[in-house]
Design a protein around this ligand. Structure first.
Ligand code: ADE
Length: 303
């Protein structure tokens, strides 16, 4: 097959033939890349998202690409707000009814907004927790109860680089850390059903959707020199790891979280600026430590 801009894959064609996947948040960004690579590998894919318009637009883009590259994999869309129990139940039951099976679930749908914790209202906090943590739980539970408990399957949850806390994104940091732990619990509870549950933790990844969400383009530009590779991750670098975790090549991997961040989480800084300069004793600060400038010089980066 011709490799083109929207998708290329290191995996063999037909790897996921006769498989059915649901990808939440599959119309944009990382989710769209995952859906596209699964389709490229022969999988039937249902993309689900709250925003039907974005879902339609994403699906159209993927379908155009599939046609241009002579792929006949089936792509379907089902609008679903993952915060709503009945909508999640409907997404899973409709998929099983229409396609007769559900082999893979990729929980990529999520959302957050930049804010210091002190300014987050309860409504905003709850929305982020309900989408990223509770929504993922509901999707896993329904996929398991309605299909995977009797037939096996593989689940991949997309989380975040929140290992050292997530300043300015505390709500989603707490939710994603929750999903990391949920991944481990479910992986053990469901081992006997042949269901593997893993997570992928992207570092700073550029997508048009993420850029639009954060408005401030500086978030990405400022991050670059602080990352070991001096560049952002790409959506394709996330999707290939997801495909690996769903594949038989990962058949002995469960309860694992794979960090795809070019080494960033082992490095010594956050990429988002915090109000700095306080002291543990409360004394006035005379010299503000240049944490970011210091971190930049530690390793020869940009390989
Ligand atoms: N993507 C962002 N928020 C979502 C939600 N509540 N449901 C599904 N996909 C989403």
């Amino acid at each position: 097959h011709v490799r083109s801009k929207l998708c290329s894959s290191v995996f063999r064609c037909g790897l996921f033939k006769n498989k059915v996947a649901i990808v939440s948040g599959g119309g944009t960004g990382i989710g769209k890349a995952i859906a596209t690579e699964l389709l490229y590998l022969g999988c039937k894919v249902v993309i689900a998202s709250r925003n039907a318009k974005k879902l339609e637009a994403g699906a159209e883009e993927i379908r155009t690409w599939l046609r241009a590259n002579n792929h006949d994999s089936e792509l379907h869309i089902i609008p679903c707000n993952i915060r709503k129990e009945e909508e999640v139940q409907n997404l899973i039951s409709t998929t099983v009814k229409n396609h007769g099976q559900l082999d893979f679930l990729v929980n990529n749908g999520g959302g957050q907004f930049l804010s210091p914790a002190k300014d987050i209202q309860l409504k905003g906090w709850n929305a982020v927790i309900e989408t990223n943590l509770t929504g993922t739980f509901l999707m896993c539970r329904e996929a398991y109860n309605q299909w995977m408990k009797d037939h096996g399957g593989a689940i991949v949850n997309i989380i975040a680089d929140m290992w050292k806390g997530f300043p300015m994104l505390s709500h989603t940091g707490a939710a994603r850390a929750g999903v990391d732990n949920l991944t481990k619990s479910l992986s053990l509870e469901w081992v006997h059903s042949g269901v593997r549950v893993n997570s992928v933790a992207p570092g700073v990844v550029y997508s048009e959707t993420a850029a639009a969400n954060y408005k401030d383009k500086n978030v990405f530009e400022l991050a670059k020199p602080l990352l070991p590779y001096h560049r952002l991750g790409t959506v394709e670098e996330i999707s290939s790891a997801v495909c690996f975790l769903l594949s038989p090549g990962a058949r002995f991997i469960t309860g694992e979280t794979v960090r795809i961040d070019g080494g960033a989480s082992n490095y010594s800084c956050h990429t988002l600026q915090i109000p700095g300069g306080g002291t543990a004793t409360g004394e006035a600060v005379t010299a503000v430590p240049r944490v970011f400038a210091w971190a930049r010089g530690v390793i020869p980066g940009g390989g």
